[in-house]
Design a protein around this ligand. Sequence first.
Ligand code: ZN
Length: 328
Amino acid sequence: MSQKALGKHFRKGISLIEITRMFPNDHVAEAWFEKQRWGAVGKPSTCPICSKSGKISSVPSRKPLPYWCGSCRRNFSVKTNSVMHRSHIGYQKWAMAIYLWTTTLKGVSSMKLHRDLEITQKSAYFMAQRLRKAWDVSGLEKMIGPAEADETYMGGKRRNMSNAKRKTQTGQGAVGKVAVAGIKDRKSNRVVANVVGSTEKDTLQGFIKDNVETGSELYTDEHASYPGIDGYSHKSVRHSCNEYVKGVVHTNGVESFWAMFKRAHKGTYHKMSLKYLQRYVDEFTTRHNLRSSDTAKMMQDTVAMMDGKRLTYADLIADSGLESGARK
Ligand SMILES: [Zn+2]
């Protein structure tokens, strides 16, 4: 049977050649950002700073802040009040960065942004942090299941342990590893994941309750923290007995997400700082969650997610040097 007959959706990509035609210069790219953020090219109907309308004018001579709000008496641009706020990088490079960010499954190192966009390493590093901030989406509506929940560890020596042994070690014990709890919703294919302080019952069950509607089907492995969870139809497989799939009961979906995340950790972000692991977790969950869309839609959604989010200078420099391995 052909894939079409199975009703599979083929996502529409954008080739490198097409993307260079879409964004031939800063001017065209700036208009694209305005269209995405404000719904039309040119001055917006409301001010991105004070949210008032009616007194906004175009002042092209004031570039890079070509608009003026008479209410708050401030100049602004389409970068204002977004993760691009006060970025000196041009619109064409921002658009290209979003393209790379959304289309590269294993993540984009700041070294690659530095080389491909012809920007300094420092700018590339900050740009990556800004994009991660855009993709930090919390507070989405709860999943309705069936949901697969699982936990994993990043860093430390657990990597060398067998899966079964690792799973039996639920405490905080070993140094240098961080637990991450994750859930994959089978219906929507959405993944949510959080760095957690421990893998104890209260923590893992609390994470499920925060993210999955009660009454949903819930599948896990035999980890001791899951049995007895209230309000869910919970079933598990016993990985320690080599039982991985029992009918619909398995955690393969969430585990393939972990596998992807770990490959990226190893291959792209050699020194993903555990201290700032949540930023990378957000990056990979959002990339996964947007992935079934066409590339153009993924890029539009990313611009929408930039809105109202700003990084302070302290945020930006907080873990600088991490990819050069200067810090653990
Ligand atoms: Zn204003």
